[in-house]
Design a binder for this molecule. Structure first.
Ligand SMILES: CC(C)(COP(=O)(O)OP(=O)(O)OC[C@H]1O[C@@H](n2cnc3c(N)ncnc32)[C@H](O)[C@@H]1OP(=O)(O)O)[C@@H](O)C(=O)NCCC(=O)NCCS
Length: 142
C-alpha cells in the first residue's frame, strides 16, 4: 500500500475520478460535470494505492495563503471502516502543513461528521444541503 500525490490528468487521477464517481456520485444518481471537474486542475490530490488500484481519494482546494478546503474524500466501499480514510487525512494534513497551510475547512455530509470528529474537526454554522444531502461545515487548525 502506498500514498501518492496524484497529478491532474495522470493515470492515477483518472482512477481517482472513477472512485469519486462510484462512491460520491453514483449512489445519488448524479454525475460530476465537466465544469466541476475542470476546477480539479488547481487542486492538490492524494490517493492510497495498492499497485495500480486506488483505494482512497482526497482533494484540497486552496482558499487562501492559510486556508484549504478538503473535498471529495472517498474510500472504496468494500474497504470502508478499516482506517484507510483516517490514514490519508492524517498524511495529507501533515503534507499541507509543511506547505504552510494552517486551517482546513470542509463540507461534511451528516453521515460523515463522526468520521471527521474523530480526526478533531469541529462543526460550525448551520446545516445546509449539497448534492441533495444535509451537510455541516467543519474545520480544524493544523
Ligand atoms: C467517510 C469515509 C471517507 C470514511 O473513510 P473510512 O476509510 O471508511 O474511515 P476509517 O476506517 O479511516 O475511519 C476512521 C474512524 O472513523 C470512524 N468512522 C468512519 N466512518 C464512520 C461513520 N460513517 N460513522 C461512524 N464512525 C465512522 C471509524 O470507526 C474510525 O474510528 P476509529 O479511529 O476509532 O477506529 C468513507 O466511509 C466513505 O468514503 N464514505 C462514503 C463517502 C463519504 O461520505 N465521503 C465523505 C463526504 S463528506
Amino acid at each position: 500500500m502506498e500514498i501518492r500525490i496524484v497529478k491532474y490528468k495522470s493515470e492515477d487521477y483518472k482512477k481517482a475520478i472513477v472512485l469519486r464517481n462510484k462512491i460520491l456520485r453514483e449512489p445519488l444518481g448524479i454525475k460530476m460535470t465537466e465544469e466541476f471537474l475542470a476546477q480539479d486542475e488547481q487542486d492538490v490530490h492524494f490517493g492510497i494505492f495498492e499497485g495500480d488500484k486506488i483505494l482512497v481519494s482526497l482533494t484540497y482546494r486552496i482558499i487562501s495563503e492559510t486556508t484549504i478546503k478538503m473535498r471529495q474524500v472517498a474510500t472504496d466501499d468494500h474497504l470502508q471502516g478499516q482506517g484507510l480514510g483516517k490514514k490519508l487525512v492524517l498524511f495529507s494534513e501533515k503534507y499541507m502543513k509543511e506547505k504552510g497551510y494552517s486551517h482546513i475547512i470542509l463540507n461534511a455530509r451528516n453521515s460523515a461528521i463522526y468520521f471527521y470528529n474523530k480526526l478533531s474537526y469541529t462543526t460550525f454554522g448551520e446545516e445546509f444541503e449539497e448534492v441533495g444531502l444535509p451537510h455541516m461545515q467543519m474545520e480544524k487548525y493544523i
